[in-house]
Design a protein around this ligand. Structure first.
Ligand SMILES: N[C@@H](Cc1c[nH]cn1)C(=O)NCC(=O)O
Length: 444
């Protein structure tokens, strides 16, 4: 099945078919990831646990996801995305089947842990296929389309899943979802090819030392580090609200009925789905503006949180909707981090670098979600105080973006001034590091 050359040429129908099949695995992963959002109350009843124990499901799942990102990147570079996607489907499916059958809290936790591993293996594999099958200039569009399509899985895990749980019930719903996921292995094996030519798929056993060198090599690149902090700062508000604190904030903090609260969560999903392709198209046409877009988003995000947390009295729906929609844009903006990893690392190391970047957002999500929980306890349930944790994480991320943006620019400017080819040409600004400082950064 021939497809485009990885860096030049045009993507073919085969490239799109391979991408779509892989992206559908991501849709399944997001469905499984978000499924406990609406099944939380059923889970609490089934396992006989309270809200703190219930929150552990999310923290464990996101924590496992974050911890698995670097190993995932290494596995993708080592075994190829097709094999890793197959493993992802098997883990996602078996985790969900185990959850369907589980009657104890411990088994339920184990099921979500297995599912978290499967989830962790998915996104980086899809991006690696995009890097292999599409020319570099299309990478950002394909990445944004992947993220947008994934949210279909999120949507399926809202009202349709609620109806399935209320109708057929826990066992048939989760068992069916698990088995369909395992069955999709057949489609992946039939359609997905790691790369357009056999030459680029060749896999060689790498020693642990080589793996370490690969990771250190990716991490040393300022573009990877800038990607990490971009991903740390931008999607966690969306994740934290949709996976854990959105509904409690609106119900307990603002006094909205649970049905209104869960309907308002759809604003996050639609906001990310709609803005993703628009942003991806814009940034692919104007890659030199991708970091200004990230910085602009951070400013908008700080403003949105400030409005939400300082609004006198109950925040009205007319304010919640635009604020949530703006926070949701962080999901698509985070894909800039992957484009940085793609542009500043050699192709055989892109999986590792992408995995390293993807750790950022999920570490930030875990830290912010935990901090909110702790601050809720300490403040006696005051959401205005507890959600300040999001602003603190945001400001930390913004500071680190500033540091690594200057360092990454310094390296690119120097290469450009030497006459080397660079992925995105830059214009030297007054606030750029001086060449002497840039030399120090490059050799560090
Ligand atoms: N680009 C983001 C998009 C996102 C964040 N949360 C849900 N989607 C991203 O990092 N995706 C990785 C993933 O596994 O969802």
């Amino acid at each position: 099945m021939p497809s485009s050359s990885p860096v030049t040429g045009r993507a073919t129908t085969a490239s799109w078919l391979i991408w779509f099949t892989a992206a559908f695995v991501y849709v399944l992963a997001l469905f499984h990831r978000a499924s406990l959002g609406v099944a939380g109350l059923d889970a609490a009843e089934r396992f006989g646990v309270g809200s703190a124990a219930l929150a552990m499901f999310t923290v464990l799942q996101v924590g496992v996801y974050a911890a698995m990102q670097v190993p995932t990147g290494v596995l993708v570079d080592r075994f190829g995305p097709r094999t890793v996607l197959t493993a992802a489907l098997l883990m996602l499916g078996s985790g969900q089947v185990l959850l369907a059958l589980a009657h104890s809290y411990a088994l339920g936790l184990a099921a979500r842990g297995i599912l978290g591993v499967g989830d962790a293996l998915t996104f980086v594999s899809v991006l690696r296929l995009a890097a292999n099958h599409f020319p570099a200039r299309q990478y950002m569009v394909v990445t944004s389309l992947t993220a947008a399509l994934g949210f279909v899985g999120n949507l399926a895990a809202t009202l349709p899943l609620t109806l399935l749980l209320a109708g057929p019930g826990w066992l048939p719903t989760f068992l069916g979802a698990g088995l369909v996921t395992v069955a999709f292995v057949v489609v992946v094996q039939a359609v997905v090819r790691d790369a357009p030519t056999a030459r680029t798929t060749a896999v060689r056993a790498a020693s642990l030392r080589e793996v370490g060198r690969q990771l250190a090599g990716a991490w040393r690149v300022p573009g990877t580090r800038l990607g990490f902090w971009t991903h740390f700062t931008t999607p966690f508000s969306l994740n934290m609200m949709t996976l854990l604190w959105g509904v409690p904030f609106m119900v307990e903090g603002l006094g909205y009925p649970p049905t209104t609260a869960s309907s308002l969560l759809i604003v996050f999903v639609l906001g990310a789905m709609v803005s993703g392709p628009v942003l991806g198209g814009f940034v692919s046409r104007r890659p030199e503006l991708r970091m200004p877009v990230v910085l602009g988003y951070v400013a908008v995000c700080v403003a949105s949180w400030t409005v939400l947390l300082t609004w006198p009295g109950r925040v009205p729906v007319g304010v919640l909707v635009p604020a949530f929609a703006l926070l949701a844009v962080g999901g698509p903006v985070s894909t800039v981090g992957f484009a940085l990893a793609r542009d500043y690392n050699p192709l055989p190391r892109v999986g590792t670098a992408t995995g390293a970047v993807n750790v950022g957002g999920f570490v930030a999500t875990t830290v912010a979600a935990l901090l909110v929980g702790v601050l809720l306890e300490v403040s006696g349930g005051d959401y205005r105080i507890a959600l300040l944790a999001a602003v603190v994480v945001l400001l930390l991320g913004a500071f680190r973006i500033g540091v690594w943006y200057r360092r990454a620019r310094a390296v690119v400017l120097e290469a450009q001034e030497r006459g080397d080819e660079v992925p995105v040409r830059l214009r030297r600004r007054r606030w750029d590091l001086r060449p002497a400082d840039a030399d120090r950064v490059a050799t560090r």
